[in-house]
Design a protein around this ligand. Structure first.
Ligand code: G16
Ligand code: MG
Length: 213
């Protein structure tokens, strides 16, 4: 039976995926090339520096390390500017109800995000109190699809991987959950998340029967 649920942050709990996209797009445009929503799927769940590598590959560009650091910092400053204005209204529909329901039923909750900005987001949306364990980009060294983030989350909850379910919106995150030997529910479109065990379009109207396999 399932004893813990691990939630990705961006695109699952809050819609910060759109802010990452806006900031990367702004950087691409400044560098003189287009960056589409389809391109953006490749960046979801991927670390900041790896995201930049993919972006530059799309634009057929390359820079030395020092400039790359500066570009990543520029993107992050824009991103932080966007998320600093967030509030509770940006929690995705049904998320709080679902998490509250899990807690009532004794299921533990963890955050499994590779974002170094997770703290600001949880703070601004008042969500910190819901999590029994918070693993973010400051606690892991390997980004998804590496399983590190989810394995650490399970460990901090005191659970085995097979007792946990991961909720993810990114292809890299689904792979990471599989690599951790956990079951994974995709949040988003069926077509993109076809490798997950189940797909939901969001948390509205979702009850605990979703955890039954
Ligand atoms: C998130 C996003 C990624 C982002 C990464 C690093 O991961 O999905 O697009 O590149 O974090 O974020 P930051 O630049 O804020 O450290 P997750 O795991 O929450 O989906
Ligand atoms: Mg995500």
């Amino acid at each position: 039976t399932i004893k813990g649920c691990i939630f990705d942050l961006d695109g699952v709990v809050v819609d910060t995926a759109k802010y990452h996209y806006l900031a990367w797009k702004r950087l691409a445009n400044e560098l003189g090339f287009e960056f589409t929503e389809k391109d953006n799927e490749r960046l979801k769940g991927v670390s900041r520096m790896k995201s930049l590598e993919i972006l530059l590959e799309i634009g057929n560009m390359n820079f030395d390390e020092e400039i790359k650091e500066k570009l990543a910092e520029k993107k992050n400053n824009w991103y932080v500017e966007y998320i600093s204005k967030m509030d509770e209204s940006e929690i995705l529909p049904g998320v709080k109800e679902f998490i509250t329901n899990l807690k009532k039923n004794g299921i533990k909750i963890a955050l499994g995000s590779v974002s170094k900005n997770a703290g600001i987001i949880l703070e601004n949306t008042n969500l910190k109190k819901y999590f029994d364990a918070i693993i973010d980009g400051n606690k892991v060294t390997k980004a998804k699809p590496d399983p590190e983030v989810f394995l650490k989350a399970a460990e901090e909850l005191g659970l085995e991987p097979y007792e946990c379910i991961v909720f993810e919106d990114a292809v890299a995150g689904i792979e990471a959950a599989k690599n951790a030997n956990m079951r994974v529910i995709g949040v988003g479109s069926d077509e993109i998340l076809k490798d997950s065990d189940k797909v939901i379009s969001g948390f509205e109207g979702i009850d605990l029967s979703i955890l039954e396999f």
